[in-house]
Structures are given as structure tokens and as C-alpha cells.
Design a protein around this ligand. Structure first.
Ligand SMILES: C[S@@+](CC[C@H](N)C(=O)[O-])C[C@H]1O[C@@H](n2cnc3c(N)ncnc32)[C@H](O)[C@@H]1O
Length: 274
């Protein structure tokens, strides 16, 4: 243990020193060899990044929810920290892969995967939850980004994707919403259910980056904060997750400035009843 644990700390098991480090407004994304399994999904978390969040926002006996579970990285991180996790995903293939991943890690009972639509499944969960960490599909960008500058080059992998283009054909998949407004509406409905299930004074972290819609840059972070505040969440600050090893694309060169996103925003919220 690095530092002194304050007995008044009911949020986590961190010492003052460890707590302070995690309040830094940027983290450098950290890889480990167990991340490899998740590359069968187009956009997985890295385990170590999620472990940091779970260690900040939970302590023993707590329950974590990920309503967009993918291949279960949140549950792997929960397992490593001996915290109970519940993950929901509507894509059967990812649920199968997540189950396989947990089995290979000999995870015992504590982690639960629900294969279904979060809009229905969250409210069926019996327990109240202590923390929600999740990353929704980034609207329909997986359907758009396969062309042009980002097209797969011979013998080279385009990010972590191995032969998967987008999530599913399901109409309730956030990645299949025709407009950005529909995407935000459906995201909002799912987050209302999270709000309902979350204990008072507990936290939710949404991991997302800005992206383009119809070739125009969107301030997605701003829209997510507005959506969450409308539900009743209080904004607690954004941690920039640096991904300095991503390729750079000359999108607008040499005519116009276009940004290369080399980070994700970890946008943190608290449920505070007024
Ligand atoms: C960005 S990925 C999450 C990846 C995950 N963090 C991981 O590490 O594997 C988003 C996931 O949300 C799922 N999804 C989309 N709409 C959903 C919905 N309405 N209910 C449940 N899951 C949904 C997709 O199938 C996809 O796997």
C-alpha cells in the first residue's frame, strides 16, 4: 500500500496518495498481454484503463454495470479487482466471446453476462448498482470508416479490428441509428435506466471520443454531458485517455485543418439527488 488509508473514505480502497494520482486530468492508455483476446471486437477497452476506474469508484462488495459489454473487458477488470460485474450486450457473438474469455480466465460466478437489449435488461436487474462504466457504439462510424484513407492496407491491420466491420443489424443497436439525434435519444433512454438502478451519490463513466457526422466534426463530449445532465446526473470532469500510438491520417491536407483523434474522453458523472 502506497500511503495512508483514511477511514472516512467510503468510495474506494485507495490511500490518499493513490487517490490523488487518479484525479489527474489525463492518463496514458496502458496495454497488457491479456488485451489480445479482445481484438476480435472492433472497439474494446484496454483492461488496465478500466481497472484504474474501478479502483477509483468502487470498494469490496460493490456491483459494477457495463450496459455495452462487448467482449467483457469491464468484467475482466472487475474480476482482477475482485468486484462483482454485470455486462449486457445485444450481440450474441460478443456475449459468446465474453463468456469464453471469462472461462479462459477461470472466473468464478462473480461476473454475469446478460445477452439482450440494455433498454429492457437494465431495469430487470434486482440489485442496485454502485458504478457504471461503459462505452457505447460511436453512432454509425464503424459503417463509415472502412473507406478512403483508413481503408485496410495489404498486410496491415486497421486498429484492433480483425475482420469485423460493425456490431449487428439489430435496430436497437446504438450503432445502427440513422441520425445522430436518434443515437443520442436511444443513448439517453439507456442512461435513464442506469440512473434508476444506480445508488445515490455513486458514479458513471462514459468513454467516448469526438467523431464526424456527415463529414462534420461533432463535439460529442458536449452532447453527452448535456444528455446526462438532462437525466439528472452531475458532471464530475473529464479524464483524457491518451492513445499516442494511433496512426495519423492526412484527412484535409493540404487544403483544410482536420483533427486526428488520439484520445478518448472518460466523462465522469455522479448521481446526486436534489
Ligand atoms: C464500443 S462497444 C463496447 C466494447 C467493450 N467496452 C469491450 O471492451 O469489449 C459497444 C457495444 O455495444 C453493444 N450494443 C449496442 N447497442 C446496444 C443495446 N441497445 N443494448 C446492449 N448492447 C448494445 C454492441 O453490440 C457493442 O458490442
Amino acid at each position: 500500500m502506497d500511503g495512508i488509508f483514511d477511514k472516512r473514505n467510503k468510495l474506494n480502497n485507495l490511500t490518499g496518495k493513490e487517490w490523488l494520482k487518479l484525479t489527474k486530468s489525463f492518463w496514458v492508455s496502458e496495454k497488457c498481454k491479456e488485451d489480445r483476446f479482445a481484438f476480435q471486437h472492433p472497439a474494446p477497452f484496454l483492461i488496465k484503463d478500466i481497472e484504474k476506474l474501478i479502483s477509483m469508484f468502487t470498494k469490496e462488495g460493490d456491483i459494477v454495470l457495463d450496459p455495452f459489454n462487448g467482449v467483457g473487458t469491464t468484467l475482466v477488470a472487475c474480476n482482477n479487482l475482485k468486484i462483482k460485474g454485470i455486462g449486457i450486450d445485444l450481440n450474441k457473438k460478443y456475449c459468446y466471446l465474453a463468456n469464453k474469455r471469462l472461462k479462459e480466465l477461470s472466473v468464478k460466478n462473480k461476473q454475469k453476462i446478460i445477452c439482450g437489449d440494455s433498454i429492457k435488461e437494465i431495469l430487470k436487474i434486482k440489485e442496485k448498482i454502485d458504478y457504471c462504466v461503459t462505452s457505447p457504439p460511436y453512432h454509425n462510424i464503424l459503417k463509415n470508416n472502412g473507406q478512403g484513407l483508413r481503408a485496410k492496407k495489404e498486410g496491415r491491420r486497421n486498429g484492433p479490428r480483425i475482420g469485423v466491420d460493425y456490431y449487428s443489424e439489430n435496430k436497437n443497436d446504438l450503432g445502427n441509428q440513422k441520425s445522430y439525434e436518434n443515437f443520442l435519444n436511444l443513448f439517453s433512454k439507456i442512461m435513464m435506466a442506469v440512473y434508476e438502478k444506480l445508488k445515490d451519490k455513486k458514479y458513471t463513466s462514459i468513454i467516448i471520443s469526438d467523431f464526424t457526422v456527415n463529414k462534420k466534426e461533432k463535439c460529442v463530449q458536449g452532447d453527452i454531458v448535456m444528455t446526462m445532465e438532462n437525466i439528472g446526473f452531475e458532471f464530475s470532469g473529464t479524464t483524457i485517455l491518451l492513445q499516442d500510438n494511433k496512426p495519423l491520417y492526412p484527412f484535409g491536407y493540404p487544403y483544410a485543418y482536420k483533427i486526428n483523434h488520439q484520445h478518448q474522453n472518460i466523462i465522469n458523472f455522479r448521481k446526486v439527488k436534489i
